[in-house]
Design a protein. Sequence first.
Length: 332
Amino acid sequence: MSGTTTAVASPSATAPGPEDGGGGRGRGRGGRRERRGAAARRHPRWTPWLYLLPALVVIGGLLVYPIYQLGLISLFDYTQAQASGGEPAEFLGFANYSELLGDSQFWDVLLATVVFAAACVVGTLVVGCSLAVLLTRVRAVPRLALMLAALGAWATPAITGSTVWVFLFDPDFGPVNRILGLGDHSWTYERMSAFALVFFEVVWCSFPLVMVTTYAGIRAIPAEVLEAASLDGASVFRIWRSVMAPMLRPILIVVTIQSIIWDFKVFTQIYVMTGGGGIAGQNLVLNVYAYQKAFSSSQYGLGSAIGIVMLLILLGVTLVYLRLLRRNGEEL
C-alpha cells in the first residue's frame, strides 16, 4: 500500500472551465457572434441597397424605362407614319439633335424658359418663406385661415387654377379689368404681360409647399435662439438672414431643387393661359415647344430630343447646385 501511488485529480484539472469542456458552448456562441460581426464588416455597403431594392425596381419600371424609350425615339425619324406602322422607322443617329441645336427658335425658347423659371423659383421662395415667418407671428385663428387658403391653392389642379385666372383677367368679363378701370385690355396679347400673368399663377399654386415646409422647419428651431436674437435687437429680416436661414438650409435646398424642376418644365399654365404658347409662339417654353413639335407637327423624334435635352439640363443644374453646396461645407 505504501509503495502504491494514487493519482488524485484536482478539481482544477478535471472540472471544465471557460477554456475547455463546459465553456465550449460559450466559446462557440462567442465565435459565431464574431464571425457574424466579421461578415457584417466585410459587406457593410450592401445592406442599404437591399432595403432600397424594392423602391429601385419600381423606379426602374416607372422612370428608367420611359427615359430609355424617349432617348431611343429621339434617334429615329419617327412621325405619324411610323407610329401607325405604315412605314418603318429610319435610324438618324443624332440628326434630330443637330436640327434642334441649329434652330434659332430653340435657343430663343430655351432662354425664355430659363428666365421665366428663375423668376418663378425666386418668387415662390420669397412668398413662401415670408408667409412661413408670418405664420409664426400671428394668432391661431389667422394662422389657420392662412394655412387653409394656401392649402386650397395647392390642392387646386393646375388646369382649373389656370382657367380661373384666365377668367379673372378676361378683357370682356373679368373683374380685374373692371376694378382697375382698364376697359378691354388684354393681358395675354403682349409677351411680357402674358408671362407676368402666368408667373403670378405659378407662384400662387407653388408657394404653399414652400410655406408649409419652411414653417415646419421654423417650429423645430429652439425658441431660446429666436428669443435671444430678438432681445439683441435684431429685426425680423436680420433674424431670418442670420438665424433662421442658416438653420433651415437643408430644407431650403430641397424646396429650391423641387421648384427648379417644376418651374423649368411648366406646361399647363402656359398652354391654357396663352392659348398654346401665345401669339406667333411669343410665350413658348420648352415643354410647350416639345408638345408642338411632337403632336402638332407629328415629329415625335424631334419632340423626344427636346425632352432629353430638358432632362440633361435639369440634371446638370441640380448637380452643379449640389456641388456648390458641398464645396461650401454643407451636408446633403
